[in-house]
Design a binder for this molecule. Structure first.
Ligand code: MEV
Length: 450
């Protein structure tokens, strides 16, 4: 196998040509596809190309909206980027349900972000602790220029702490730094600070002649923010009288409440269920995080670590019924930004933020958490009543029909036929086969009887 060199220096068209010839049985067709997904405006395409290395084209995902999200008294339409059929419909259904019951309430509980300089030092811990006030002054002074703008906005370094962890490795320490990053997600801000701290820390020790000579050097292993932000936390909740809970004829308020609470309890105690339960929450959260240009990998990693914070992976949502009042809530760490990163670069991200009334980061945290809660309410409600497949397969039917190359007329007819039937790929395939045996006249007369 020959390694390709200089690929990144090729133009986009050359890269497409190279990839098409090297990896596709029909290179012209592959190249046509890769070109077809590029934006018609070369400036917009260039903008997208510059987000990453070796960009060939764009990968489309549906951009939908879920209306009627009443959050802290404000009515939002939520932009969602997601490929899974039933997610937007489920969010919208839940939003509409809670709109009539007072809406969602959310508040940011804390906004602390953390980073570490991980280092090894063979000296005596007390020697370093004694020097912390002097070191802290030097670290703050060295990063003065980096944080000027953030300080004007009310952010910056909030705490510097020395943490010893000899149980991980003898002589292993962390310089743990806490930050307030205001409306920015803050990754670059934090990492630039940490790298500067690391340089200062090294020279602080080297310059200190009151330390034994052998202790005047330390090894910086790495300097990096932590995507685990349990103190960048938001709570979203809904509540209503138990008698307003059920909206179907097939079950009473009390039956619904009992099963709902049981489902939440199972997800709290049973990790196999908890993972699926939380995945449903992340269906909503990731979709808005993506639409607003935020880092969904960071949000995912953090949410799941938080779900396991007491040593067992558990549900992120909780529910209770006290004195006839149902309450359902989600606590989730969300490190989000509304400035910096993609927020001013990606045209659709700008549109999403405008649709959300240009929120500050804390407001975006509240909105995103409410969508996660709504998504989970919808999923668990379906699970404990009709089952999930009814709504899911109804949305998925269109995907099946598209895979089977159905015409618009066939789609209409199949949707009507499966309205009260169990949908499966095979059943739809068989129905289509039968349908295609019928004449066009028969099909038309079924759709428009008159
Ligand atoms: C599917 O994407 C998500 C659900 O499985 C979530 C859940 O089970 O709670 C429906």
């Amino acid at each position: 196998m020959k390694k390709s060199t200089g690929f990144s220096r090729l133009s986009r068209d050359e890269k497409i040509d190279f990839i098409a010839r090297r990896h596709f049985s029909r290179p012209e067709e592959a190249a046509r596809l890769l070109h077809a997904y590029q934006h018609s405006d070369p400036d917009v395409q260039k903008q997208h190309d510059e987000f990453i290395e070796n960009s060939l084209t764009n990968f489309y995902m549906p951009y939908g909206v879920a209306p009627n999200f009443l959050i802290n008294g404000v009515n939002y339409t939520i932009p969602m980027v997601i490929e899974e059929s039933s997610v937007v419909a489920a969010a919208a259904k839940s939003a509409s349900f809670w709109f009539d019951r007072g809406g969602f309430h959310a508040r940011v509980l804390s906004t602390r972000k953390i980073g570490h300089v991980h280092f090894l030092w063979n000296g005596c811990e007390a020697d370093l602790r004694d020097r912390m006030p002097a070191l802290e002054g030097r670290l703050r002074a060295a990063t003065e220029g980096l944080g000027a703008q953030m300080r004007v906005r009310g952010g910056g370094i909030t705490e510097l702490e020395l943490v010893a962890k000899p149980e991980i490795e003898p002589g292993y320490y962390q310089l743990k730094a806490s930050f307030e990053t205001c409306d920015a997600m803050g990754a670059n801000f934090i990492n630039s600070h940490l790298e500067c701290f690391a340089r200062e820390l090294r020279s602080f020790v080297e310059d200190d002649h009151s330390l034994p000579e052998a202790d005047r050097s330390l090894t910086v292993v790495m300097s990096i923010l932590s995507n685990y932000t349990p103190e960048c936390l938001v709570r979203a909740e809904v509540s209503c009288p138990v008698e307003a809970l059920a909206d179907g004829d097939d079950y009473t308020n009390e039956q619904f409440l009992a099963k709902f609470l049981q489902a939440i309890q199972i997800a709290r105690e049973e990790p196999y269920r908890a993972v699926t339960h939380n995945k449903g929450i992340m269906n909503g959260i990731d979709a808005v995080v993506l639409a607003t240009g935020n880092d969904f990998r960071a949000v995912e990693a953090c949410a799941h670590a938080y779900a396991a914070r007491d040593g067992q992976y558990r549900s992120l949502t909780q529910a209770e019924a006290v004195d006839g009042q149902f309450r359902f809530w989600l606590d989730i760490p969300l490190a989000l930004g509304t400035v910096g990163g993609l927020t001013s670069l990606h045209p659709l991200v700008r549109a999403s933020l405008e649709m959300l009334q240009n929120p500050y980061a804390g407001r975006l945290m509240e909105i995103v958490a409410c969508v996660g809660l709504a998504q989970n309410f919808s999923a668990v409600k379906s699970l404990v009543t009709t089952g999930i497949q009814k709504g899911h397969m109804k949305m998925h039917l269109l995907n099946i029909l598209n895979q089977l190359g159905a015409t618009e007329m066939e789609k209409e007819r199949t949707k009507t036929y499966f309205n009260d039937k169990v949908i499966s790929f095979q059943a739809v395939g068989e129905y289509l086969k039968k349908l295609r045996g019928q004449s066009a006249v028969q099909i038309l007369s079924h759709i428009h009887p008159n």
